[in-house]
Design a protein around this ligand. Structure first.
Ligand SMILES: [Fe+2]
Length: 416
């Protein structure tokens, strides 16, 4: 965290922000301890899909006490889920924010899609699953992800050459996201103005397991709020975060789309220090690019503090690496400029992003993980640390606009 005296004033809120950040600076250099009461992860027993064994949930040991995430036992996701299973898992997703299912070795890509469609959070009319990674692949290319031609809902990510993998041929996968050049995010916040996913799932298929690296980090946005200093919580409660335009935003004006390259993220993936020259090599230097409020014109925006329309849970809901500025919730005027915004969002997230607080999931064959993007933030670890081949499946289905409207996502006034 930068000392507060290195902040440049941007607006009439600057003195208050400097005071607030000074308090946070002192706190950060003392001990940041999670005092949150993590929701109780009690064992739940009910009937389960075709099995005599009941579904059970248990805390994930590596982060118990810091995160509400849970492991789900006695569920075979290669078998159809009945209505009771769906109700139970859905409730657990909303309670815990993220669920881990181990040993799903029999799961197929169709099962992954079926899981994503089971809970009513998807848009039935969705037919575009590109989300910034390019069209379904039929010829040789280098890409951050490829889609299965017969099941375009399923993206394949990793670092291997795909040849006849579920119909994908001659495609070299290259990891494009990472802790130090994309940082913490909620999927879709910054680049899918018209189709945000309520849930994301990832699957480590059998036969693929890296020797090291390739972790996915998670932290609960709900618990993150409980770690927030009250002044910062009050301030963020008044703010809408405005993101930069992105190539796959759907605005009419092409000239407003910017491709600044990958962010260079510091402070445990919470603070953007600039933009990379080469998104595949975050050590090669910074882009000569100055981010301005106008780069958020017509782009995605939403409250920093999200209130879940079903559960009422409030959570810290931000993607610092793609944020441009913070707007006043009521008037739409710029409340914090580019630099202040980077400082405030980092200050808000850092206590929950520290290694001793976050959950670092080390993938094993057969792991299936599902998380609610409004309740849990995540980041890829540094892809340069992946040892050996890696291959993952990911599914993100967009959510109907109506649902986001219920969460008061849409139609904010804006002075940009
Ligand atoms: Fe992501």
């Amino acid at each position: 965290m930068l000392p507060p005296n290195r902040l440049r004033p941007h607006c009439r809120y600057a003195p208050a922000v400097t005071k607030l950040l000074a308090a946070l600076w002192r706190r950060h250099h003392e001990t940041v301890v999670c005092s949150s009461r993590v929701p109780d992860v009690s064992l739940v027993q009910i009937q389960k899909n075709g099995s005599a064994m009941p579904i059970t949930f248990s805390p994930i040991e590596a982060c118990a006490g810091n995160q509400p995430f849970a492991e789900c036992h006695e569920v075979d996701l290669s078998r159809p889920l009945d209505a009771t299973d769906i109700q139970t898992i859905r409730a657990a997703l909303l309670k815990h924010g993220m669920l881990l299912f181990r040993d799903q070795h029999a799961m197929t890509p169709a099962d992954e899609v079926a899981f994503n469609r089971a809970f009513g959070w998807h848009d039935d009319a969705q037919c575009d699953f590109l989300f910034g990674f390019g069209a379904p692949v039929t010829e040789h290319r280098v890409s951050g992800a490829a889609q299965m031609p017969a099941l375009p809902e399923v993206s394949v990510l990793g670092n291997v050459l795909l040849d006849d993998y579920h119909g994908i041929t001659n495609t070299q996968l290259v990891p494009v996201l990472g802790f130090s050049h994309s940082g913490w995010h909620a999927d879709g916040l910054h680049d899918m103005f018209d189709g945000l996913p309520e849930m994301t799932t990832m699957f480590n298929p059998p036969g693929w397991e890296s020797k090291g690296g390739g972790e996915t980090y998670f932290t609960s946005g709900v618990c993150a709020l409980e770690r927030l200093e009250s002044g910062l919580l009050d301030e963020l409660s008044r703010c809408v975060v405005a993101y930069m335009r992105y190539p796959n935003d759907d605005a009419q004006d092409e000239t407003r789309r910017i491709i600044p390259g990958a962010s260079v993220m510091e402070r445990e993936g919470t603070f953007r220090n600039g933009f990379a020259i080469d998104r595949h090599d975050h050590d090669c230097g910074l882009h000569d690019f100055e981010l301005l409020p106008e780069h958020a014109e017509q782009a995605g925006r939403h409250p920093c503090i999200y209130r879940h329309p079903e559960t009422g849970q409030r959570s810290l809901y931000i993607t610092p690496g793609q944020a441009v500025c913070l707007l006043d919730m009521e008037t739409g005027a710029i409340r914090h400029g580019v630099d202040e915004t980077a400082e405030l969002l980092s200050a808000a997230l850092l206590p929950s992003a520290l290694p001793e607080v976050r959950y670092e999931h080390r993938w094993q064959e057969g792991d299936f993980v599902a998380w609610i993007n409004t309740l849990a933030l995540h980041s890829a670890s540094d892809p340069s640390e992946i040892d050996g081949p890696r291959l993952m499946h990911r599914v993100r289905l967009s959510t109907p606009k109506r649902r986001w409207a219920e969460g008061r996502y849409l139609d904010f006034p804006t002075g940009i």
